[in-house]
Write a protein that binds this ligand. Structure first.
Ligand SMILES: *Cc1c(COP(=O)(O)O)cnc(C)c1O
Length: 366
């Protein structure tokens, strides 16, 4: 069967050369006579795979030496718990530290709610008043904040921070699940970065954490071993069995990204794709972007029908999603919490996919 253009927000499309290479190596990887799925995570066969994946990520993102790279499980969502546990929780009976959060949508809110179980969470700004269609002004941190948490790209509403907040000595913690490697990022501006792999990095099941070394080793003694950064860091992500196959595929995606010109080339392509699509929405009489211009995401582009009548609107949106799928443009329905449509155009989406969607929109309008 012909491959479709997959606009899913996650798990999402992977580069075809990566899938083809994985298929070719499925039963025998690197001349070992084994699939990567069958390898011991402590074997001499797997070691170069995890080492190569880390080295490529360090090279592509320019990760400074004083940061550790961890390959964990539990998704981005487990980082909503691990960050406050490791950076702000107290020993039994001792007070918790304060932590600043900016509420820019569903994931940011979840991070703050989970964080409040272990940290003294202070939500310092929110864009909820206008349905999260913008990024609010970020107030300066308080000097005793343990960290300052943001969601750099908001997958569901399609906003992104146009500039990073100034947090002086307070470590900036950022969820970069849906924008990692989409544009250049100065890692040294952050204390900790984390991303579930299934948007821009690889398959579901791996979570990448990039953490500055001075932030490791502050978890209270009651913290479960598997949730401690210091244990994962000292064991090189091999304290227990890591998501081996996902790490391998992530390595292949990073190789593909490097061969495609690295992050700057990817960013250029991503801006070109997003510009084309936003221009199409600007021109459209039937659809528009609900997001305020300075904050529009390059990766996730929601769009809504402009019809006044709610019933007609819902009918037309459903018809759009259905007919698009029949034309090989799949997963264009918006998130179940916000409705409408959404095109997620991560690194692996070729410009041809965006052009095909634009042509479909123009034909649909006619
Ligand atoms: C998808 C997503 C999550 C949730 O990721 P899981 O890996 O399913 O826990 C969290 N934050 C952002 C920004 C996301 O896009």
């Amino acid at each position: 069967m012909k491959r479709v253009f997959n606009f899913s927000a996650g798990p999402s499309a992977l580069p075809l050369p990566v899938l083809e290479r994985a298929a070719a190596e499925m039963t025998c990887a690197n001349g070992t006579g084994q699939s990567v799925m069958e390898m011991s995570h402590r074997s001499k066969d797997f070691k170069p795979i995890i080492e190569k994946t880390e080295a490529l990520l360090r090279e592509l993102m320019g990760i400074p030496k004083n940061y550790q790279v961890l390959f964990l499980q539990g998704g981005a969502s487990l980082q909503f718990s691990m960050i406050p546990l490791n950076l702000a929780a107290g020993e039994s009976g001792a007070p918790r530290k304060k932590a600043a959060y900016i509420d820019t949508g569903v994931w940011a809110k979840k991070a703050a709610e989970e964080g409040a179980k272990y940290a003294d969470v202070r939500v310092r700004a929110s864009s909820k008043d206008r349905a999260y269609t913008y990024i609010p002004q970020a107030p300066a941190p308080e000097p005793d904040d343990a960290y300052y948490h943001i969601t750099l790209n908001n997958t569901i509403v399609g906003t992104k921070w146009a500039a990073l907040p100034e947090t002086s000595a307070v470590p900036l913690a950022a969820d970069v699940s849906s924008c990692i490697l989409s544009e250049e990022l100065d890692v040294s501006r952050f204390g900790i970065l984390y991303a579930g792999a299934q948007k821009n990095l690889g398959p579901a099941g791996v979570t990448v954490v990039i953490i500055r070394e001075d932030l490791i080793g502050h978890a209270p003694s009651w913290t479960p071993a598997l949730l401690r950064y210091d244990i994962h860091a000292s064991e090189g992500s091999l304290y227990n069995t890591p998501p081996c196959y996902g790490i391998y595929i992530t390595g292949l995606v990073l190789e593909w990204l490097k061969d495609s010109g690295g992050v700057s080339a990817m960013a250029r392509r991503n801006r070109e794709k997003a510009d084309l699509f936003y221009a199409c929405l600007e021109k459209s009489r039937l659809f528009r972007s609900p997001v305020e211009k300075p904050f529009r995401s390059l990766m996730n582009i929601p769009f809504i029908c402009t019809l006044e009548d709610a019933e007609k609107r819902a009918e037309l949106e459903a018809r759009f999603v259905k007919e698009a799928a029949a034309a090989g443009l799949v997963n264009l329905a918006g998130h179940r919490l916000v409705g409408g449509m959404r095109a997620s155009i991560y690194n692996a989406m070729p410009i041809e996919g965006v052009q095909a969607l634009i042509q479909f929109i123009e034909a649909f309008e006619r």
